[in-house]
Design a binder for this molecule. Structure first.
Ligand code: ATP
Ligand code: MG
Length: 183
């Protein structure tokens, strides 16, 4: 499944609506310190359901909203949308009918968070379920951040197993089993 577009608005330093097209298989984001490179990665992780403000380098969840600069007033909402190409039907089941999958998250200053899947409001869980077993996801190995390699190398066997189960596509079945068992 290929990520085609990242759309941001009011998210951290991206105050104006910005679309980042991803044209090729290898894309590099370059720029001076503090220009917003890591904010883009935070945005990707956030829209995929990250619920820890610390993992997004903030104190609380509304810190992702643009909070003003010397020239611009703060804004009231932040939103991020990812558009994936699904023409190869990497996402099957109920999603197999869609050539394009768009996931979106929006948050307002009162802390209200909203998730959308192809234009329809959904739960956070619908988004995280979508990526289970694909290797994508807010905490998955698709995003390798500073310090993560050493965490994997030093991981306890149980922690290592979660990465292997995700890579093998087992995690979504484990998740469904534990849901069934707790019902
Ligand atoms: P480096 O090369 O040092 O890693 P970077 O390009 O990764 O830099 P980021 O960490 O993405 O930079 O961006 C940091 C900038 O984002 C800072 O200038 C900070 O003020 C700004 N920023 C972060 N959160 C917000 C916010 N909520 N509102 C406005 N600006 C923000
Ligand atoms: Mg950075």
């Amino acid at each position: 499944m290929k990520l085609e577009k990242i759309k941001l608005s009011g998210f951290k330093s991206f105050v104006d609506a910005t679309t980042i097209p991803i044209h090729s298989n290898l894309t590099a984001i370059v720029g001076p310190n503090g220009c917003g490179k890591s904010n883009i990665i935070d945005a990707v992780r956030w829209v995929m359901g990250e619920s820890s403000a610390k993992h997004l380098r903030g104190g609380n969840m509304t810190d992702v909203i643009f909070n003003g600069s010397s020239e611009r007033k703060p804004v009231s909402t932040a939103s991020v949308e990812l558009v994936f190409n699904n023409t190869e039907r990497k996402l099957g089941g109920e999603y197999a009918q869609y050539d394009s999958i768009a996931i979106k998250r929006q948050v307002s200053r009162d802390g209200q968070s909203l998730f959308m899947l192809n234009g329809t409001r959904c739960r956070r869980k619908d988004i995280t379920d979508l990526f289970l077993g694909t290797g994508l996801g807010s905490r998955s190995y698709a995003i390798i951040e500073q310090g993560m390699i050493s965490r994997i190398v030093e991981a306890k066997p149980e922690e290592l197993r979660t990465y292997i189960e995700e890579a093998a596509g087992v995690s979504k079945y484990k998740e469904r089993r534990s849901e069934t068992e707790t019902r």
